[in-house]
Design a protein around this ligand. Structure first.
Ligand code: ADP
Length: 423
């Protein structure tokens, strides 16, 4: 081999070795030069074009990469399927670091954004190091775990920032509901007043067509009134100023009255709505008006999402909460369409609705009748305001067997909070 070629090869090798060691030093701070040289001997440089996937999320892969030159982007699939960029990186970044230590699927996808030169270490080579020098292996594992912890801390800080933004957005949503409700209330009252006057005119009384029109308008304004009141209730419960009464709650009477109030709808739709009160259900202290509202929404939903001819059962029983506090549990069980697990938490968020809203039928108690998506947010607000909780159990959406859902509301014997914020 001519001397000149040998010189170039030696020079290249030295450059590579030097580059490898300096790169490894960034990645594995704390290893001494001799150890770094040993690791370097087991690594390879490779260059990839832009948009090359180094790590595939969910795949079992064996290579650890240290970026020598170029850019990368690390992303993760969200529950909705869209891709979220966790961060962008470049020289000195270590990716796929869990591969040598653990046989687990990749937690994220890593893609090159430019031509990218990386130093690669295979799992097998890492294991060679393990067998040669347990001390170095422990150092490598410690450094890797430290870096993972630092990454976790970065992610936690990122999540805390996002959480703060979401909380602010939630406050904005509540403010919007409050402004919209107040702005709607006054013209609605005026409209209602004028239509009532129109309704009482002798011409309206003698003209059935006109009577039907005014009846229709009044029904419509009543419904909007209900929604506006629900919006105001929600802002009150979500605000800081809500005072929760602490008086004996006649639970049985409230439920019986609600059932009676729904009789017209349940008769029309042939729904068997009944209640059963377990012996020894104690009297709780709380806010009867708020509890009435919460139970109204649970029962009307059970009616709404149960097909004609179905049944709904309301039960109460004494039990203990998670912290062993005695409470009363009210369960509203329906044999309706049920709910898939992915919605079990989200339905308690304001405005959250399952399925295509455009496909909902209109009407308060008709099967799958539409609503503003505020009822369960209100129920959760009332539960929290009393120091209680609400949740749903359902094996899933099933419009063939109608396996249904059960909503549980637990209320402690006395409210443990003086006011509750909708969270
Ligand atoms: P809405 O005004 O739409 O009824 P809610 O906050 O009361 O709003 O409920 C939110 C969503 O939860 C509803 O759109 C519905 O999809 C689902 N849901 C509530 N109760 C039931 C139930 N008993 N069975 C099945 N789905 C329900």
């Amino acid at each position: 081999m001519p001397d000149a070629v040998l010189f170039i090869l030696v020079a290249m090798n030295e450059t590579y070795t030097y580059d490898k060691v300096s790169l490894l030093r960034i990645a594995f701070k704390g290893l001494d030069d001799e150890e770094l040289e040993q690791v370097a001997a087991l690594t390879e440089f490779r260059t990839y074009p832009p948009d090359h996937v180094l790590c595939h999320e969910g795949a079992y892969e064996d290579v650890l990469y240290i970026v020598a030159e170029g850019g990368i982007v690390i992303s993760q699939k969200m529950t909705g399927g869209e891709e979220r960029v966790l961060r962008v990186g470049g020289r000195g970044d270590v990716v796929g670091e869990m591969a040598p230590i653990q046989s687990a699927p990749r937690a994220a996808t890593v893609r090159t954004t430019t031509d990218c030169t990386v130093l690669e270490m295979e799992k097998d080579d890492f294991e060679t190091i393990l067998s040669r020098s347990p001390r170095m292996a422990i150092d490598l594992i410690r450094i890797t775990l430290d870096r993972i912890r630092a990454n976790d801390q970065m992610m936690i800080a990122d999540l805390q920032k996002t959480n703060k933004v979401l909380r602010q957005l939630d406050r904005n949503k509540l403010e919007f509901i409050q402004i919209a409700a107040h702005e709607l209330r006054t013209p609605l009252t005026v409209l209602n007043g004028y239509v009532k006057v129109l309704h009482s005119f002798p011409e309206t009384k003698t003209n059935p067509a006109l009577g039907d029109v005014t009846d229709g308008i009044l029904k419509g304004t009543d419904r909007i009134h209900e929604v506006v009141n629900m919006m105001l209730d929600l802002t009150r419960i979500g605000g800081e100023t809500l005072k929760v009464a602490s008086v004996p709650v006649p639970l049985r009477r409230i439920i019986d009255d609600l059932i009676r109030g729904f009789r017209k709808a349940t008769t029309e739709r042939n729904i068997h709505l009944t209640a059963h009160y377990a012996q020894g259900t104690p009297i709780i202290q709380g806010d009867p008006t708020l509890i009435d509202k919460a139970l109204y929404h649970l029962i009307i939903n059970a009616i709404k999402y149960t097909p004609d001819g179905g049944k709904v059962l309301v039960t109460t029983r004494p039990t203990l909460m998670d912290d062993n506090m005695p409470c009363v549990e009210i369960a509203v069980k329906d044999w309706g369409i049920g709910l898939d697990a992915e919605h079990h938490e989200l339905i308690f968020e304001k405005f959250y609705q399952v399925g295509d809203v455009a496909l909902h039928s209109s009407g308060k108690t008709t099967f799958k009748g539409g609503g503003p998506g505020l009822g369960l947010a209100l129920v959760r607000g009332v539960a929290h305001a009393h120091g209680g909780k609400v949740w749903v159990e359902s094996v899933g959406h099933d419009e063939v067997n109608f396996t249904g859902s059960t909503f549980y509301l637990q209320l402690p014997l006395a409210p443990s909070l003086s006011n509750g914020a909708i969270s």
